[in-house]
Ligand binder design. Sequence first.
Ligand SMILES: [Zn+2]
Length: 262
Amino acid sequence: MKNFQTIQLCIFLSLLGACASSPLNRRQVVLYSDAEMAQQGVSAYRQMQSELPQTSNLRETRYAQCVANYVVAALNEDQRGSSAWEVTVFDNEQANAFALPGGKIGVYNGLFSVAQNQHQLAAVMAHEVGHVLANHGNERASQSVLRDVGVAAAQIFGVSDTNLQVLDAGTQLGLFLPFNRIQESEADSIGVILMAEAGFDPQESITLWQNMSVDGGPRPAELLSTHPSPNSRMAELRSLMGAANALRQSANAKGLNPDCLP
Ligand SMILES: [Zn+2]
């Protein structure tokens, strides 16, 4: 959605409390409450756990849990929310991962051949958590509602019967639609800072995207096709490296020295 339209929409939606700012101060249209998003996230996660095969390799589970523990520990109280954060390793050859509102992280074990050490795995997880912190699922779901209906927001709220159905479908869709480039850049920026605050080496985020761009395996939408090009994302990450390195050093000095073994 163009920025001009976003601003117009915000003027109207602000009456409903539907406009917010991302952690990087970009205006967002969000129609759902945090509680609604968390509820959707948890229920989608439970459905995936019951329908998709999980790894039977305990080492993989322990490894992912170890990295997740450090990443989650670096969240402040607000970011962590009231949910119990969980990580599940799915048995799937894709090099992929996701995080859902409500504190749910999923890792596909195909990722372990691309994210080659704990720092690189932390880079992916922190990127995914970055999407959640920036409310990107909410934004996507809200945008797909507005797009589906294809009329001004005022009209949407005038149509009371279809309203709920559309909102419901939009929420479902919003959780797994591809993110756009702006959202990807935000998740990269939030992620590299978060992994550094957790004590991981932020430089490894650049190596990760290098590995990702040469890996010949299946290319997941979330980690490649809709993302910025590997070169532009690495350039953006490099520009944050000074700040990230300083945060990592102070995390290490405070005793945060992750030691998760694959
Ligand atoms: Zn992403």
